[in-house]
Design a protein around this ligand. Structure first.
Ligand code: UD1
Length: 459
């Protein structure tokens, strides 16, 4: 069976009070609608069509490019009208059409698989998703016959007082026979009360044509799956549920999370076993963390790769990499392109940007290392600064050879090279290269003597 998916995203989203289209608001690390399209991919969608409005076409297509097809619903004439806009993209091309809502990101993959299975085994024209809502206000009510078969979906504004008391409601997601859907949509008439073309009218059209059995249904056991986003309060609710699901999956997979109420992990983050997340940990984007790490408390890590046995406390790590056994904090900041190799220690109030610190290098206190390559087992004394940004407005590099000892408060004015095993005295201002083994002091520092490097010193 080939599956086409229509994602309804033409709503105005006015209650978000935002210049960003509702479906692009990020939640758990992804735009709202991407949770939905991932679900479509997960159940085998061959083609995904986003129905957007004139206003949202440009930002939405800019966000996703050629990954999806886009069709514009020029007037908001109801869900039936919205789905009909995808006709040219899907008619005759797929066996089934699944309709999803672009701002409802919580449906589980398992529920969609159940929906697909129910329609396929019953050969129904349509399969709908229902749930028990308390109160059912605002939803289409599910009317069933005495045998329990779905007879109609009655929208609230069209419902009788008795029908309004029904608590089983239409969630909105539905699956249709692809050969039947488009002609059936042609038969939908505008609703007498508001002129909208209701997608839900397909239920009665199916029953009229095929009799009982035309409409299959599944009922969600977890009503959270039906939650959608109309305002920022619901955005936060949905975010909390996605986060709770992610944390649960991580804990079941061997990650300890001391306080799930203060820990936030985006959907695509991966974490190895026996890693512990302490309170106040926020892991974002495409971050990966190896096994046996301790992260937190109060740390933010974004789009970074952290190896095994690393420790990060009270720190911010962005687009950076830490290898086996490296540790930072408290109060460290790794910025874009920072790369701490094995067993690097970066202590209080350090900042590293676009720089590699070789294995075993130590940088205990108050230093800034930017645009630098630092060898192994270097000691970077407290308060060392790479002065990478010069008066010509350019960034320059600093190189420090293995086993060098940079005295406290050294200023390394880039471009500059400090040789292997070299030493700078406390407070040196280094403006010229220091050869291997050079010992430099003063302001600006000059080489005062050479020391003989002994093998044993470096071991
Ligand atoms: C619809 C269902 C209702 C169900 C409810 C669940 C119909 C007629 N009614 O209600 O049975 O209980 O969803 O939330 O289908 N949209 C468009 N273009 C339109 C209209 C809507 O793209 O012209 C999109 C919206 O952006 C949203 C989705 O369709 O993603 C649902 O629209 P909404 O107005 O929330 O639902 P209702 O039509 O009130």
């Amino acid at each position: 069976m080939t599956l086409g998916v229509v994602v309804l995203a033409a709503g105005q989203g006015t209650r978000m009070r935002s210049s960003l289209p509702k479906v692009l608001h990020p939640v758990a690390g992804l735009p709202l609608v991407e949770h939905v399209t991932r679900l479509a991919d997960a159940v085998g969608a061959q083609q995904i069509v986003l129905v957007v409005s004139e206003d949202t076409l440009a930002p939405i297509s800019a966000a996703f490019g050629h990954r999806y097809r886009y069709v514009v619903q020029h007037e908001r004439l109801g869900t039936g009208h919205a789905v009909a806009q995808a006709r040219a993209e899907l008619e005759g091309k797929v066996d089934e059409v699944l309709v999803l809502y672009g701002a409802d990101p919580l449906m589980r993959h398992e529920s969609l698989l159940e929906l697909l299975a129910v329609r396929r085994t019953s050969n129904a024209k349509a399969a709908i998703v229902t749930f028990q809502a308390d109160p059912p206000t605002g939803y289409g009510r599910i009317v069933r016959d005495e045998h329990g078969a779905v007879q109609a979906i009655v929208e609230e504004r069209n419902a009788s007082p008795e029908q309004r008391r029904i608590t089983e409601v239409n969630q909105g997601v539905a699956l249709y026979d692809g050969a039947w859907l488009w002609n059936a949509l042609d038969q939908v008439q505008p609703n007498s009360l508001n002129g909208e073309y209701y997608l839900t009218d397909l239920v009665e059209i199916g029953l009229r044509e095929q009799g009982a059995g035309a409409i299959a249904a599944i009922q969600l056991r977890d009503p959270d799956e039906a939650l959608g986003v109309n305002d920022r309060i619901q955005l936060a609710q949905v975010g909390a549920i996605l986060n709770a699901r992610k944390l649960r999956a991580l804990m079941l997979a061997g990650v300890s999370i001391v306080d799930p109420t203060s820990t936030f992990v985006d959907q695509d983050v991966q974490i190895g076993i026996d890693t512990t997340l302490l309170p106040g940990t926020i892991l974002k984007g495409r971050t990966t963390i190896g096994a046996n790490c301790t992260i937190g408390p109060n740390s933010l890590i974004e789009d970074s790769q952290i190896g095994e046995h690393c420790k990060i406390s009270y720190s911010v790590v962005e687009q950076a990499r830490m290898e086996l056994g490296a540790n930072i904090g408290p109060y460290g900041h790794l910025r874009r392109g920072a790369h701490l190799m094995e067993h690097v220690h970066m202590g209080n109030f350090g900042e590293v940007k676009n720089a590699t610190l070789g294995p075993g290098t130590k940088m205990g206190h108050f230093s800034y290392i930017g645009d630098a390559t630092i060898g192994e087992n270097v000691n970077i004394g407290a308060g060392t600064i790479t002065c990478n940004f010069t008066a010509d407005g350019k960034k320059h590099r600093t190189e420090i050879g293995a086993n060098a000892f940079i005295g406290s408060d050294s200023m390394l004015r880039a471009p500059v090279k400090i040789g292997e095993g070299a030493i700078t005295g406390a407070g040196s201002v280094v403006t010229k290269d220091i050869p291997d083994g050079g010992v430099a002091v003063g302001m600006p520092a000059r080489v005062i003597r050479h020391r003989k490097l002994e093998q044993s010193e470096n071991e």
